[in-house]
Design a protein around this ligand. Structure first.
Ligand code: AMP
Length: 181
């Protein structure tokens, strides 16, 4: 009944070995999302430091960042802005290439989705190497956003993503760490 948040997250996040390829442990949050209490507590914990500071926009990274970011935006009475994979947004866009393990990909935002000086929070489910979030921060900084923080449910600290984002001047907040990749 009074299970700690850490215990509840450990129990509700499913580890799938060797997905999407051998050697990777995939941290699957669909099991967290389908648990009414774990989902609620995760969103509450992510929201908590930012209550009352006047965030303008919550920016979610496709696709799991949309689910968490939408709930966080609702709770903070902020707007929601998507960062999408290349080719999905219909309006005028800005674009950035970022490295994946093999090759590069691109992500995009609508050019008019953030006004200069707006206070934003970047959201995704997990930070690993930090390459995805770094690209997101760079897009936001190009639009003149004040990136107040980046938050994630899961940190894989062995992969160093947190340091990469903090080096851009953006504080990182996560709810649970798992060793390895
Ligand atoms: P990275 O750019 O290396 O920080 O990777 C972060 C992105 O890839 C996030 O959008 C995650 O959802 C996804 N990701 C990377 N590694 C994992 C993992 N072990 N389990 C689940 N998702 C992962």
């Amino acid at each position: 009944m009074h299970e700690s948040l850490t215990d509840e997250l450990e129990a509700s996040i499913r580890a799938i070995p060797d997905y999407p390829k051998p050697g990777i442990v995939f941290r699957d949050i669909t099991t967290l999302l389908q648990s009414p209490r774990a989902f609620r507590r995760s969103v509450d914990a992510l929201v908590h430091p930012y209550i009352g500071i006047g965030l303008d926009q919550i920016v979610g990274i496709e696709a799991r960042g949309f689910i968490l970011g939408g709930a966080i935006a609702h709770q903070l009475t902020a707007g929601f802005v998507p960062i999408r994979k290349k080719g999905k947004l219909p309006g005028e866009k800005i674009n950035i290439a970022y490295s994946l393990e093999y090759g590069v990909d691109q992500m995009e935002m609508h050019r008019d989705s953030i006004q200069p000086g707006e206070k934003v929070l970047l959201v995704d489910d997990l930070i690993a190497t930090g390459g995805t979030a770094e690209a997101g921060v760079k897009l936001l900084q190009e639009l003149g956003a004040d990136v107040v923080a980046a938050c994630f449910v899961i940190d894989l600290p062995d992969l160093g993503g947190r340091k990469k984002i903090e080096a851009l001047g953006v504080p990182v907040r996560t709810l649970i760490e798992f060793e390895g990749d």
